[in-house]
Design a protein. Structure first.
Length: 432
């Protein structure tokens, strides 16, 4: 059997295993090792399993993932999300739709120090949703704005998806993190504008909350000093060249721990919970990474990336036509797959195409993450939507997706803007 036929059977088997709910990392590893054993030999296939697993979990560069996950766990369990929401609500909550804007602002701040869309959505489902419902916000809007705000965790640094993209493509993770700042701010700003448009189009749809006194507003601002300090410390150190990304993760985790303990916000139980939470998540991410690397050996033997590159560049669509085709593929996959798994599975195949077309790899990393964000809230799957449903019991999926639709339209507009103006993502990294 030729390599093309083996590659096709491998991909069919992979998707079949995923549909049978086999964990993505396990499915990729199984197909990769089996395909490699068939095309080369069994002994070599089993040797690369041990070699790849050990190299992945001991590689210094890969340490950036558990460190930032640990920082996010400390931040989540020390209650910084409530402080961010209270501060934003103090200035915005008295306006129509103000609680929605405050939720997006707080989600952006929390995402910038947690790096997790799932954690951001889960946290604000317990923090912001009850407040919006208490003041009469519709269920669909309240859940939709939390889902949209949750996606900011995929873009704003430290982003696990950007870190994994950098590892796979051997790009500078620090530059990728910095490249996500302006697009992340643009995302939050456009989400806020979406809320403003909803208020303008339907003035009676969203209520206004009570006005907060200036003394309470200033108190709320004082409470977020820890969040600002941690963000400036980690990202400032990265931008200034003081830390490597892995060192920044370690310093961020240490800083979040010290701030939480000194403020009395992290008990022994919270510390234990944070360590277990970060360990479980890191184990899941590394399982997928190891599976992807094993699958990568299979792709190399079958020369799939080279063949896909030759096929796409030979279509005569032009570089932006091929890019549009790739984006459509990602949007479709985003409806069916987990965001991280989608990046790990597709980037080794698509990245050679991007290099052949002459696109900047740092810019493309941001584009990938923006498309992943869309997949996080896009029906029929939407990982963030499932997280919100698991936290908020009295709501159904159709209600959440109805609230998310305006923000999906905003994401599509933002994707077009970033493709048309790559400098939005590349200006800050060029200054490093």
């Amino acid at each position: 059997m030729g390599t093309d036929a083996v590659a096709i059977i491998g991909f069919i088997t992979l998707f079949a295993l995923m549909l049978l709910r086999v964990p993505v990392g396990m499915a990729m590893g199984l197909v990769g090792v089996s395909g490699f054993a068939y095309l080369v030999n069994g002994d070599a296939a089993f040797k690369i399993v041990g070699h790849t697993s050990m190299r992945t979990v001991t590689d210094y560069t890969f340490g950036v993932i558990p460190m930032f996950l640990l920082m996010g766990a400390f931040v989540t369990n020390s209650g910084m999300s409530r402080e961010l929401f209270r501060a934003a609500n103090g200035f915005l909550g008295h306006r129509r739709g103000g609680l929605g804007v405050a939720t997006i602002a707080a989600c952006g701040g929390f995402a910038a120090i947690s790096g997790s869309s799932v954690a951001t959505a889960a946290t604000f489902s317990t923090v912001a949703y009850p407040e919006m419902r208490r003041y009469g916000y519709p269920q669909s809007f309240a859940a939709g704005v939390i889902a949209a705000g949750g996606t900011l965790g995929a873009m704003l640094p430290p982003s696990t998806v950007l870190a994994v993209y950098g590892i796979i493509t051997e790009q500078d993770i620090g530059k990728l993190f910095i490249a996500g700042i302006v697009p992340g701010i643009l995302a939050a700003s456009m989400y806020m504008m979406t809320v403003a448009v909803i208020v303008w189009a339907r003035p009676k749809y969203l209520p206004a909350g009570p006005r907060t006194r200036w003394r309470e507003r200033l108190k709320g601002l004082r409470d977020i000093w820890a969040t600002l300090l941690l963000f400036c410390f980690v990202i400032g150190g990265l931008y200034g060249g003081l830390f490597t990304p892995t060192e920044a993760g370690g310093m961020g985790a240490g800083g979040a721990f010290l701030i939480g303990v000194l403020r009395g916000r992290l008990t022994r139980l919270d510390i234990r919970r944070s360590l277990l939470q970060a360990t479980r998540t890191a184990a899941a991410v590394f399982t997928v990474l190891i599976g992807a690397l094993l699958f990568g050996y299979f792709l190399t033997i079958t020369q799939t990336p080279q063949k896909v590159t030759a096929f796409l560049t030979g279509l005569g669509l032009g570089r932006y036509g091929v890019l549009a085709l790739i984006m459509v593929m990602y949007v479709v996959l985003g409806c069916l797959m987990d965001a991280l798994a989608m990046v790990i599975l597709t980037v080794p195949i698509i990245f050679p195409v991007i290099k052949e077309l002459g696109f900047d790899p740092i810019w493309f990393g941001v584009i990938i993450v923006m498309t992943v964000e869309l997949g996080l809230i896009h029906p029929p799957v939407g990982m963030v939507v499932f997280v919100i449903k698991s936290v908020i019991q009295d709501i159904n999926f159709s209600t959440i997706f109805a609230g998310v639709l305006p923000f999906i339209a905003t994401d599509l507009i933002r994707l077009v803007i970033l493709i048309a103006f790559p400098a939005i993502a590349l200006w800050l990294p060029s200054r490093m």
